[in-house]
Design a protein around this ligand. Sequence first.
Ligand SMILES: [Zn+2]
Ligand SMILES: [Zn+2]
Length: 241
Amino acid sequence: MKQITEGIRFIPGQDEFIPDSHVYVIGKPSSGDLSIIDAGLMGKGRYKIESILGMGIELSDIKRVIMTHTHLDHIGCLGEILREIRHAELWVHTAEAEPLERGDERIVYGMDMFQSMCQAQYGIKPGAFKFQAHRKLEGDETLEIGGMSWEVIHVPGHSEGSIALYDRLGKILIPGDVVYADYAIGRFDLFGASGAQHKQSLYALAELEVDILLPGHNRILEKVPPGYILETAKQWAPYLV
Ligand SMILES: [Zn+2]
Ligand SMILES: [Zn+2]
């Protein structure tokens, strides 16, 4: 775990044969109003909770889990975390909140073959990922939480309800699986994905001034080179149709 800025802490994912998403804890420590961004893979709830406690954070200060999107590697241990932090709300983009509430797990697994494989491998029962969202995000709202101001940007493409969170003051972007370090981007072949939308989303994020990039996997970038997201978008554009 690592403190990125006063209001952002980083818990790196512990990848197995399926990746485990990173978790970011956002909010000024003194606010008593902290948010967890994403949860992670099945079985990683304890690791994430222990990391949070290890930072000296009281679980009572965690008010919500905000999902960048609801793929298995991000939502797998959400239930484990919500069992430990029962008062925490769940905030998800409406495009994925509604299927989540209906129990439509295509948004979680992305493809049928992966669903049967994971259910067999991890003993997950059908219907394990049915959750009620307390707040459905639309995009374009500004979340005044934890003494910080986070803009919600709807960035579909990797998934239908992907969001990025942007701290304009700190020039910090949490893009989920839309864009990573090393000019990599998230896959765009799963259920609800769209290469064309992914391209638009990358170009939209390229408009932002970003010094710190905190993606869902792999390296984080604490000194983003100018034009990094635009360059990434340009490199991928020919494939994103
Ligand atoms: Zn994903
Ligand atoms: Zn992911």
